[in-house]
Design a protein around this ligand. Structure first.
Ligand code: F6P
Length: 359
């Protein structure tokens, strides 16, 4: 196989296995191709837009399997602004295409979540060779059973619940643990089950505050001194979920509380639940080293991407389906979110275990 010039970028919110994935791609490429040049764009699409990159060698990818964050840096470049010129009138899409062509790249590898993969699809439709890799702790990328970062975030959120459990038990308190996940409840659901939460509130199942109160009071009646509520940052009440989109947006843009957990604590206090405490692990859920599951997933995804580059199989997102690594057209996934289905198996089992979803 001849020389390959590969551009690579990590885009959007970071997560634990970005470096592990890039290492997988590069390790594979060095084995499959005679001559490889890697152009690492700095801070995601920003680097591609403004031609800011670093030449990387295999040494740069050594020892990073376990390293959190991203050696390339990342930034959020919203998809909806891609077609809007920057403050100096620069056409971003045109600039990205020009930089790609100027460097003579064979392919651009994009490690990113929903928004980033929409831009990847746009660039693919504009004629560039692009391969996407499914990154996000939220696990909300359509077309893959699992995104890398998710399991590591679940580990951290679960650890928080575990820690909260002991202090909640000592003091006989109700604790709300607010868990990331943007508009979906995957991390909350998994960490909630793993941590033995009593109430799990996710955006896909809007809650009725009276039902939450009932679940907590029932525990008290059963002689339980404490309760753990795993609450997704995007959890909403039935009333808010029923609002017209515009009004809901207005509420989201002018929040009365710092975050969902504090809003819920207020709602519960008004309903007579006392001595509530809130714990928000926040960005710790995106930090530290990737868990072994993510290291394996990322390495597999990376190896597949390398094979696809060697085969010139572009325009696709590498995914995990039924525990096999495969690839789907970028356009198939672009713009769709993968939600937790309220009717799914896992929700049913959680209910059987006695977990209340507040509905
Ligand atoms: O998409 C990952 C994520 O951590 C979400 O769970 C969260 O809503 C968001 O990013 C936070 O974004 P930022 O890092 O820009 O505050």
């Amino acid at each position: 196989m001849g020389m390959k010039k590969i551009g690579m970028l990590t885009s959007g919110g970071d997560c634990q296995a970005l470096n592990a994935t890039m290492r997988g791609v590069v390790k594979g490429l060095y084995r499959l191709c005679d001559n490889v040049q890697i152009y690492g764009f700095i801070d995601g699409y920003k680097g591609l837009i403004y031609g800011n990159y670093r030449m990387l060698t295999s040494n740069d990818f050594s020892g990073i399997l376990t390293k959190g964050g991203t050696i390339l840096g990342s930034s959020r470049q919203p998809f909806k602004l891609m077609r809007k010129p920057d403050e100096n009138g620069l056409d971003k899409v045109k600039a990205m295409k020009e930089n790609y062509k100027k460097l003579g790249l064979d392919c651009l590898v994009v490690l990113g979540g929903n928004g980033s993969q929409k831009t990847a699809n746009l660039l693919s439709q504009e004629g560039l060779n692009v391969i996407g890799l499914p990154k996000t702790i939220d696990n909300d990328l359509w077309g893959t059973d699992m995104t890398f970062g998710f399991q590591s975030a679940v580990d951290i959120a679960t650890n928080t619940i575990d820690c909260i459990h002991t202090t909640a038990a000592s003091h006989g308190r109700a604790f709300i643990v607010e868990i990331m996940g943007h508009k979906v409840g995957w991390i909350t659901l998994y960490a909630g089950i793993a941590g033995g939460a009593d109430v799990v509130l996710i955006p896909e199942i809007p809650y009725d505050i009276d039902k939450v109160v009932k679940a907590l009071n029932e525990r008290t009646k059963e002689g339980k001194r404490f309760s753990i509520l795993a609450v997704a940052e995007g959890a909403v009440s039935k009333e808010v979920a029923a609002l017209p989109k515009k009004e809901r947006k207005k509420l989201e843009e002018n929040p009365q509380f710092v975050s969902t957990a504090y809003r819920l604590a207020d709602e519960l206090t008004r309903k007579g639940i006392q001595d509530i405490r809130v714990a928000v692990p926040g960005h710790t859920q995106r930090g530290g080293s990737p868990c072994p599951y993510d290291r394996v997933l990322s390495s597999r995804l990376g190896a597949k991407a390398a094979q696809m580059i060697a085969d010139k199989d572009y325009g696709k997102l590498v995914v995990l389906v039924n525990n096999e690594i495969t690839a789907i057209p970028l356009e198939e996934s672009a713009g769709k979110l993968k939600y937790v289905s309220p009717e799914s198996d896992i929700i049913e089992q959680a209910r059987t275990l006695g977990i209340s979803f507040g509905d």
